[in-house]
Design a protein. Structure first.
Ligand code: FE2
Ligand code: FE2
Length: 245
């Protein structure tokens, strides 16, 4: 797993670019914009936060099995980036008097799916949500005129682009070690999970998505384009290209 050395260097370099937003007295959302995004952004903020204990434990077990030194270090840095996203969103919400959520059914389902299933499945569930979030944060950024929100979405998109590239490279490596039929079954099941999640996310966040320029068809196509560039593109940098467009 030589490629993990490269990803470890990436996460170390990115950790020095951890970025805070200016704490301003007032947020810059209008009342109409606030009503449009408040439930949706609070749901994503909840999803971004995790102590990451389960993922770290799964990474430690897997790292021992494959005798790799970087995986656990990468996972720690990865969890810190996710916590930073949660913190940025939470600060923005506080500046704009948006209340955080304590619980949401979709978040509980996703956490449940990742619990105790091992490293490969855990990363599979994680990347499913993250690929869709690449489209969501672009829509969120375009859905209001808030400069603060655009800056936060830009930072999250930049980090998440790295996350989906790293995780897809890891999953492709793991899948390529499986017998052909088993690999195909895993890919098909992942596609089914992805399809279902696209529908659930669209229905839960359609007001923001439509305001950001995505009706259902455009959203579905954009999500699948990201999925394909992660798993079926020959060039590893395709996801970056599309996510940063
Ligand atoms: Fe994130
Ligand atoms: Fe992420």
């Amino acid at each position: 797993m030589e490629f993990l050395k490269r990803w470890h260097a990436h996460f170390i370099a990115n950790s020095s670019r951890r970025w805070g937003i200016m704490i301003e007295e007032r947020g810059d959302l209008t009342d109409v914009e606030k009503r449009l995004i408040e439930k949706s952004i609070a749901t994503f903020q909840l999803g971004e936060y995790s102590e990451g204990k389960g993922l770290l434990r799964a990474a430690e077990i897997f790292a021992r099995q494959v005798d790799n030194e970087e995986l656990v270090k990468i996972t720690r840095l990865f969890i810190a980036e996710e916590q930073n996203h949660a913190m940025l969103l939470q600060r923005f919400m506080a500046m704009n008097s948006i209340r955080p959520l304590k619980k949401h059914w979709a978040d509980s389902v996703f956490r449940g799916l990742r619990k105790g299933v091992g490293f490969e499945l855990s990363v599979t569930v994680l990347i499913t949500a993250e690929i869709i979030s690449l489209v969501y944060y672009k829509a969120l950024s375009a859905s209001t005129n808030s400069r603060q929100l655009q800056a936060i979405c830009g930072k999250i998109l930049s980090d998440e682009t790295g996350h989906v590239e790293y995780e897809s490279e890891l999953l492709k490596y793991i899948r390529n070690k499986k017998p052909r039929l088993q690999k195909r079954v895993v890919e098909i099941l992942h596609g089914i999970l992805f399809s279902g999640t696209v529908i659930v996310v669209y229905h839960g966040h359609r007001k923001v998505l439509i305001a950001g320029g995505y009706d259902f068809n455009r959203f579905r196509q954009a999500c699948w384009a990201e999925f394909s560039s992660c798993f079926y593109s020959k060039s590893p940098s395709q996801a970056t290209v599309s996510a940063c467009r």
